[in-house]
Design a protein around this ligand. Structure first.
Ligand SMILES: Nc1ncnc2c1ncn2[C@@H]1O[C@H](COP(=O)(O)OP(=O)(O)OP(=O)(O)O)[C@@H](O)[C@H]1O
Ligand SMILES: [Mg+2]
Length: 256
C-alpha cells in the first residue's frame, strides 16, 4: 500500500527552477533514500513536504490526503515528523524536557494553545517520553542537560523527539552528518528498530554505506530532476548517477 506520494512537484526560487517535476512513492513501512549531489534539491523536497515552502505545482499526498493546502502544524498532526538538521535541542533543558517538546510541536506549535492539553495529558506525555527514551537505550541520559551530551547522543535524542509526534512518515535529513563510524552504527540500529515498529521513512543521506544498510529503495536527484530509482546498490552503479556525482567533488562521496 502506498502511504506517501509526490506528483509532479515543481519549485522555483527567483527565476531558477530547483525542483523540476519530481514524482515519487513510498509504500507503508518502506525506507526510501533521497540522494544526489550537493544542491540537487533534496532538502528543498523536505521543505516542500513539511510546508516550509509552497510548491508552484504538484501534489503531496499522505494517505491519500493532499498536504499542500495544510499549515505545517496540521501536517504534523496528520502524521508527518522531521528530525531537523538546524533546529537543535535546547541546550539548557534536560533530554526528557527536549523530548517532551516534541509533543508540544505535535500539539500545535503554540504553547498557549498546547497548555491546556499539556495539563490534562502531562503525566501521560511524560510516560510516553520516558518510554521512547528507554526504547532508544537513552534512559541513563534522561536528566542530563541536552547541551552537555556528545554530538552523537544529541542526534539520537533528536530522533526520539520526532517520535513524540507518533509519526507515520519520518523525514531524516542527513542523520549521519558529523557522526563517526561507531556512532553511525548505533544510529543505524536505532533507525532499524524504529522502522521495524512500523514507521515509514524518507532519508536524505550522503553515506551510501548507511543508505544501503537502512533503505530498501533510493531515488537520485540531480539539478532538481529524478535521474534514477532502484535499490541502493542498483542506483550506486547506474552510469547516470556516477556521472552526476563525478561532476560534484567526488572526494566527498568516497562511500558511494
Ligand atoms: N530559499 C531559497 N532561495 C533560493 N534558492 C534556494 C533556496 N533554497 C534552496 N535553494 C537552491 O535550491 C537548490 C537546491 O538546494 P537544496 O538545499 O535543496 O540542495 P540539497 O540537495 O539539499 O544539497 P546538500 O546536499 O548540499 O544539502 C540549490 O541551488 C539552492 O541554492
Ligand atoms: Mg540538503
Amino acid at each position: 500500500m502506498t502511504l506517501f506520494r509526490i506528483e509532479n512537484l515543481r519549485k522555483s526560487f527567483g527565476g531558477l527552477e530547483v525542483i523540476r517535476g519530481v514524482s515519487l512513492e513510498v509504500a507503508q513501512g518502506q525506507r526510501l533514500a533521497l540522494i544526489g549531489p550537493n544542491g540537487a534539491g533534496k532538502t528543498t523536497v523536505f521543505n516542500l513536504i513539511n510546508g516550509y515552502y509552497r510548491p508552484d505545482e504538484g501534489r503531496i499526498l499522505l494517505d491519500g490526503q493532499d498536504l499542500v493546502p495544510m499549515a505545517p502544524r496540521l501536517r504534523i498532526r496528520h502524521g508527518l515528523a522531521r528530525s531537523f538538521q538546524n533546529i537543535r535541542l535546547i541546550p539548557h533543558l534536560t533530554v526528557e524536557e527536549n523530548v517532551l517538546l516534541g509533543a508540544h510541536i505535535h500539539a500545535g506549535g503554540m504553547l498557549a494553545q498546547a497548555l491546556p492539553l499539556f495539563m490534562g495529558r502531562g503525566r501521560k506525555l511524560r510516560e510516553q517520553a520516558r518510554g521512547l527514551l528507554e526504547d532508544a537505550g537513552l534512559t541513563a541520559h534522561r536528566g542530563a542537560l541536552a547541551g552537555s551530551l556528545a554530538y552523537g547522543l544529541r542526534k539520537r535524542v533528536e530522533v526520539v523527539r520526532a517520535l513524540m509526534a507518533r509519526p507515520r512518515l519520518l523525514l531524516l535529513d542527513e542523520p549521519c552528518a558529523g557522526l563517526n563510524t561507531q556512532e553511525r552504527g548505533v544510529l543505524m540500529e536505532e533507525l532499524q528498530r524504529i522502522a521495524a515498529s512500523g514507521v515509514t521513512m524518507m532519508v536524505v543521506e550522503h553515506d551510501m554505506h548507511f543508505v544501503g544498510g537502512l533503505c530498501d529503495r533510493a531515488i537520485v536527484l540531480n539539478f532538481g530532476e529524478k535521474i534514477a530509482e532502484g535499490t541502493p546498490a542498483e542506483v550506486a552503479r547506474d552510469p547516470a548517477v556516477i556521472e552526476a556525482y563525478l561532476g560534484h567533488e567526488p572526494e566527498k562521496y568516497a562511500h558511494a
